[in-house]
Design a binder for this molecule. Structure first.
Ligand code: DX5
Ligand code: ZN
Length: 222
């Protein structure tokens, strides 16, 4: 099954609760929450209080993308706030194995993210330990950026590696995804699709439906 994860960074923050409920009702299984610390990435977004407050709006999976230095410091607080999945950047963790274990011990799903310029091979030792790998298709920090085409090759390489190892690891892709290029990332091997602007600009209900219809074409093909 291919999963849509609308990124609320693209939403209208003055109507955030409503917009989360709208994409929930439209059928998006995940809500993607981008945490930025102003150090790992240039910008600052939001933190635990906002996640906690949105938790009462939806039962969908809270997919927390930590663009934060040493994210292990926040695992327990993120769990308390309502995270279901915590995805940390390989580049932001000095002791990635320890951080992944902290997330597992908290009883949450684990993810590890790679910036566009970080090779897939950097995950060879940890791949068996994680539920999901996030291939960033833009440099993290802002919504509304342009998809970087060479990241398609990284998705393919990672899917082949998972197949060789017999792993059903989820592959998430994040940044610059729209109905125009989503087929390319699915064909490369991604199965968790993050979209911010392409969901929240215009009519979120219709935009979610457009993505879900495309995903169905792939389900029907299999
Ligand atoms: C970028 C964030 C993304 C962003 C995606 O640093 O990790 O999740 O919100 O937004 P779009 O889909 O507009 O590129
Ligand atoms: Zn993200």
């Amino acid at each position: 099954m291919i999963i849509l994860a609308p990124s609320i960074l693209g939403a209208d923050f003055k109507r955030l609760g409503e917009q989360v409920q709208e994409v929930d009702r439209a059928g998006a299984p995940y809500i993607h929450l981008d945490i930025m610390d102003g150090t790992f990435v240039p910008s600052i977004s939001f933190g635990m209080p906002l996640i906690e407050s949105l938790r009462s709006c939806t039962n969908k999976t809270f997919d927390v993308h930590m663009m934060v230095e040493e994210p292990g410091r926040y695992v327990d607080d993120m769990k308390k706030a309502g995270a279901d999945l915590i995805c940390v950047h390989q580049e932001a963790c000095t002791h990635l194995d320890r951080t992944i274990n902290q997330i597992k011990e908290a009883g949450l799903m684990t993810g590890v993210a790679l910036n566009p310029a970080t090779p897939v091979s950097t995950l060879s030792c940890i791949l068996e330990q994680v539920d999901m790998v996030l291939i960033m298709s833009v440099n993290p920090g802002f919504g509304g950026q342009k998809f970087i085409p060479y990241t398609l090759g990284k998705i393919r390489e990672l899917r082949n590696l998972c197949n060789e190892k017999g792993l059903a690891t989820r592959i998430q892709v994040d940044g610059g995804i729209s109905p125009a290029n989503v087929r390319d990332v699915i064909e490369a091997g991604a199965d968790v699709i993050v979209a911010g602007s392409a969901v929240f600009k215009g009519n979120p209900t219709e935009n979610v439906k457009t993505f879900l219809d495309i995903f169905e074409e792939y389900a029907a093909d299999q």
